[in-house]
Design a protein around this ligand. Structure first.
Ligand code: NAD
Length: 358
């Protein structure tokens, strides 16, 4: 827990900037003191909400009362805003996806190192309860060790009608949602990704992807299937995971789901053949009665503190960051591998996930 309240200026007071302002109100370690946005309408919103409105970014950087710059602008300007803030001696919270490329991210990390300031990326979906439920199942092998993890988000609204359509601004669903799902997987699975096979979809005719599918093979044997879609009028479950002893499903963010495991106590009864379609099958027949046990999902795992409290404690030198920059770099490398695999229509086996160079 932090001992002080640290002052934050939000740069980019759009959808996410406003959401941060609300969340930070519920928190004791940070306080939003002002905002800066290039749009007049957003400055008006900020004034109405009672924040100090900075008229230029220079004014933010020159204000010694500002300890932290929180970047919630479109993705193409994250780097410039972050580097300037760090050089001005501010700590930085940066929205995801952190940057447009590995090179940009490395520049940001070098600036943080040179300035001796904290730079942390808002990978907030590490705190999602659906993910933390899967993480608990993975860590504690509740359905045996997991060998296949399918993580999906499906919508039917297309790409939102803003900068997310524009390639030069870092639009597209791999950068927008993919970064969350990949970050969750790499945070949970401490193993190298040894191959990547992916495809992007352009169903809506934009120059950025409106969805993608990636199949990742990990060195420890786990296969992950990651899928984002924006033209799915019927959704598949958020999570579908297979372990040695059973199968788990989480349908949605409200944690509707169940585990079905093998009943090792039960008498082993061969399933009876069933008619399936016009054929006959024993392999695909439902398990015989008593052969399986259906259970509720476990309680989600818990992280040690909220994102904001952790950030404050890192500034004060009393905690390690929950979102480490080395992890963010790994995810960035993986995203670039997914783009490359899709573009070449190839399984990629020789990329350097840890970022020492390609
Ligand atoms: P938005 O378009 O609603 O808001 C962006 C704001 O930034 C706008 O008000 C715009 O005027 C302002 N802006 C643009 N360039 C600027 C500059 N150079 N200086 C100052 N202000 C500038 O976008 P959004 O949905 O709020 O997304 C912002 C960021 O937050 C993106 O990086 C996005 O990926 C991220 N995001 C994260 C989550 C999450 O859950 N972590 C959710 C949504 C968005």
């Amino acid at each position: 827990m932090s001992s002080n309240i640290h002052s934050v200026v939000i740069v980019g007071f759009g959808g996410m900037g406003k959401y941060h302002a609300e969340l930070i109100k519920e928190n004791n370690s940070l306080e939003v003191v002002g905002t800066y946005d290039v749009l007049e309408a957003r400055r008006t919103d900020s004034a109405k909400a009672g924040y100090k409105v900075y008229e230029s970014y220079e004014e933010v950087l020159a204000d010694p009362a500002v300890e932290i710059v929180l970047i919630a602008t479109p993705n193409d300007v994250h780097k410039e805003i972050a580097v300037r803030a760090l050089q001005a001696g501010k700590h930085v919270i940066c929205e995801k996806p952190v940057a447009m490329s590995k090179e940009e991210l490395q520049e940001m990390l070098a600036a943080a190192d040179a300035a001796g300031r904290v730079f942390m990326v808002h990978q907030n979906r590490r705190w999602d309860e659906d993910f933390l439920t899967i993480k608990k199942m993975y860590d504690q092998e509740i359905i045996g060790s997991l060998f296949q993890i399918e993580s999906r988000v499906h919508g039917a609204n297309g790409i939102p009608g803003d900068w997310r359509h524009v390639k030069a601004q870092g639009g597209g669903m791999l950068l927008d949602w993919g970064v969350h799902l990949l970050d969750q997987l790499l945070f949970m699975i401490d193993s190298k990704v040894t191959s990547v096979s992916s495809s992007l979809s352009f169903i809506l005719g934009n120059d950025v992807d409106d969805g993608f599918e990636a199949i990742l093979q990990f060195e420890n044997g786990i296969k992950a299937i990651v899928e984002v879609g924006t033209t799915n009028f019927i959704t598949l479950p958020r999570w579908y995971v297979k372990g040695i002893e059973g199968t788990g499903i989480i349908e949605d963010w409200s944690l509707t789901g169940r585990l079905v495991t093998r009943n090792n106590e039960g008498q082993k009864i061969e399933p009876k053949p069933i008619r399936a379609g016009v054929g006959l099958t024993k392999t695909m027949a439902p398990p015989s009665e008593g052969a399986t046990i259906t259970e509720a999902l476990p309680q989600p795992a818990a992280l040690s503190s909220s994102f904001y409290d952790n950030f404050a404690a890192v500034i004060e030198g009393t905690a390690e960051p929950i979102v480490k920059n080395s992890e963010v770099l790994r995810v960035q490398n993986l995203i670039e591998a997914i783009f490359e695999s899709a573009e070449k229509n190839q399984v990629l086996k020789d990329f350097d996930m840890y970022g020492e160079g390609k």
